[in-house]
Design a protein around this ligand. Structure first.
Ligand code: GTP
Ligand code: MG
Length: 135
C-alpha cells in the first residue's frame, strides 16, 4: 500500500466537482487518509510546484492555485500513485486526457485541469509532508 497527495484545484471546487472526484477515488477502491478544504499560501504553493520554477506558466500556476479554496487529500491504497494518475488523465484535458478520466470528462484548458496527483513515490513523500506535516 502507498500514499499519494491529491488536490482538487480551485477550478474543481468552484465548479462543484469535489464530490465527483472523491466518488471516483472511492469507487476505484482507494481510501481517504486525510481531507481538508483550505486556501493555500504562496510559499506552500511555490514549494509544491518548485519543479516548475522558471517555466513560462509557473507564475500563473501559483496565482491560480492560491486564488481560491482547494481540497487537499491523502489517498491510500495499492499502487495509489499511478492509480490516481490514471483516474486524473493526462495533463492537457483535450490533447492528452481521454474520456472516462476526470480531466477528459470535465476539463478544457491545461491550466484549469481540475486535479493534481503526485507523480512518483519521491514526489508523494515530499508533497504529503508539505500539505499534511502531522500525518
Ligand atoms: P499536476 O498533477 O498538477 O502536477 O499536473 P501534471 O503532473 O499532470 O502536470 P505537470 O506537473 O507537468 O504540470 C503542473 C501543472 O501546471 C499542470 O497540471 C497544469 O495545471 C500546469 N501546466 C503544465 N503545463 C502547462 C502549460 O504548458 N501551460 C499552462 N498554462 N499550464 C501548464
Ligand atoms: Mg505534476
Amino acid at each position: 500500500s502507498e500514499r499519494t497527495l491529491v488536490l482538487v484545484k480551485p477550478d474543481g471546487v468552484s465548479r462543484g466537482l469535489v464530490g465527483e472526484v472523491i466518488s471516483r477515488i472511492e469507487r476505484k477502491g482507494l481510501k481517504l487518509a486525510a481531507l481538508e478544504l483550505r486556501v493555500v499560501d504562496r510559499a506552500t504553493a511555490e514549494q509544491h510546484y518548485a519543479e516548475h520554477d522558471g517555466k513560462p506558466f509557473y507564475n500563473d500556476l501559483v496565482e491560480f492555485i492560491t486564488g481560491g479554496p482547494l481540497v487537499a487529500l491523502v489517498v491510500e491504497g495499492t499502487r495509489a500513485i499511478p492509480a490516481f494518475r490514471q483516474l486524473a488523465g493526462g495533463t492537457d484535458p483535450v490533447e492528452k486526457a481521454t474520456p472516462g478520466t476526470i480531466r477528459g470528462d470535465f476539463g478544457l484548458e491545461v491550466q484549469f485541469n481540475l486535479v493534481h496527483g503526485s507523480d512518483s513515490p519521491e514526489s508523494a513523500e515530499r508533497e504529503v509532508k508539505l500539505w499534511f506535516p502531522n500525518l
